[in-house]
Design a protein around this ligand. Structure first.
Ligand code: A3P
Length: 324
């Protein structure tokens, strides 16, 4: 274990090449790998923290449940009025291991606490630590959607998230320069960030029909295009009638930073209330911009992070540094 960049200023635990918040996370991974059996209809929404998870969850959920959001005038049709995007999807490493994975015969049951109408499951687990039935090319036929983001913006977002979390718990926030060092050394929750991204990137090259690899910056620029691509990929493509009726635009607007961050449910309340993982919903919405790092990192810090990115991604064919 080592002190790393985490939500709780606690020691991180190293397991299979990645850093985790505590040993319970390692136990959860172990349990999910042992007992979780993916179904062909499952769609995994995967990400490292602070890369646009909330947004991707919202888009995916709005897409798969869109029969209920068709009517623009009916405000009650917006599923995000009553629950945060995080409450719309079970999380593999949190939900699953709390369930008893055995039936009467002692064999494993699938993820049985799930809503049969909702094929989505979220996870921050690195690709290499996913249950085999999820990551294997031919075992289950499930789909994976991954989102990543320029490491500089991911770091800045994480730094602010932890600073606010510390403040809400009357703890000292970790100073920016120290947080930066830890992130650069890979010692952040679910880090090294670059290894997390590379795991999914390489898998997406091997299995392009199974894994859709998205970038936050591209999605900000062409949200409608990527929402359409996402819908098609997960088997919920838009019909020409829906496109003609502006359904794509409605979903994009409903899931936008401005709309979601202004909803009462996201401004107030907490997820995982009364547990060690309790977080205020509003912590998941800060600015939602590309290149906010320019307001927080010195040119030297930015150059250093870019160099690490260049070295880590060298030869992979992937770029993460957003220069527009
Ligand atoms: P910033 O801190 O840069 O604003 P995650 O959901 O993985 O925790 O990532 C959080 C980041 O996504 C935060 O970035 C947050 O503001 C941003 N975000 C949340 N909802 C968003 C949305 N609907 N559209 C774009 N960005 C969003």
């Amino acid at each position: 274990t080592r002190q790393g960049l985490s939500a709780f200023n606690c020691d991180l635990v190293h397991y299979q090449g990645f850093w985790y918040l505590d040993t319970s996370m390692v136990a959860r991974i172990f349990s999910a790998r042992r007992h979780f059996q993916a179904q062909p209809s499952d769609i995994f929404i995967c990400s490292a923290p602070k890369t646009g998870t909330t947004w991707l969850k919202a888009l995916a959920f709005a897409i798969v449940s869109r029969t209920t959001v068709d009517d623009d005038d009916d405000s009650t049709a917006n599923p995000f009025l009553s629950k945060t995007p995080h409450e719309c999807l079970p999380i593999l490493e949190f939900t699953f291991p709390s369930m008893t994975p055995h039936d009467d015969n002692g064999s494993c049951l699938p993820f049985f606490n799930r809503d049969p109408k909702n094929p989505l499951i979220a996870t921050h687990l690195p690709f290499s630590s996913l249950p085999e039935s999820v990551s294997d090319s031919d075992s289950s036929g499930c789909k994976i959607v991954y989102i990543c983001r320029d490491p500089k913006d991911t770091f800045v977002s994480m730094y602010h998230f932890f600073a606010k979390l510390a403040a809400s718990r009357n703890m000292e926030p970790i100073p920016l320069d120290k947080a930066f060092e830890l992130f650069c050394n890979g010692e952040s929750s679910f880090g090294p960030y670059w290894d997390h991204v590379l795991g999914y990137w390489e898998a997406s090259l091997d299995q392009p029909d199974k894994i859709l690899f998205l970038k936050y910056e591209d999605m900000k620029e062409k949200t409608g295009f990527y929402a359409t691509k996402l819908a098609e990929f997960i088997g919920h493509g838009f019909s020409s009638e829906e496109e003609g009726n502006g359904v794509v635009e409605k979903i994009v607007r409903m899931c936008s930073f401005d709309c979601l961050s202004n909803l009462e449910v996201n401004k107030t309340g907490k997820i995982a209330e009364n547990t060690a993982w309790e977080m205020e919903n509003k912590l998941y919405f800060r600015k939602g911009n590309v290149k906010d790092w320019e307001n927080h990192l010195t040119p030297e810090m930015a150059a250093r992070m870019d160099l690490i990115t260049e070295q880590k991604l060298s030869g992979s064919g992937l770029t993460l540094t957003y220069s527009k």
